[in-house]
Design a protein. Sequence first.
Length: 95
Amino acid sequence: MLNIRKLRGKTGMSQQEVADILGVSRSSVMFWESPICKNLSASVQSKLCKLFKCTAIDLYGMDNLKVQPTSNEERQRMIDYILATMENENGDSKE
């Protein structure tokens, strides 16, 4: 299960507030917080990470990763890889 509910709780935001900020319905946020939702589109991941000021690993939670990092350096490499993948899927470029 994703950590959206937990991250939303830390910010004190309601499902409706998240939905309004992201331009989606409240039912979309409810679905993302449900155990049924396993993955998000790169666009939604990026928006949620920006909203909650977190990484994709924070969003998905360490328990949902198939490969667990064993050091901070390895964790950072994984974060960099995920961010680069999200940028490529969104058509973003740092150049």
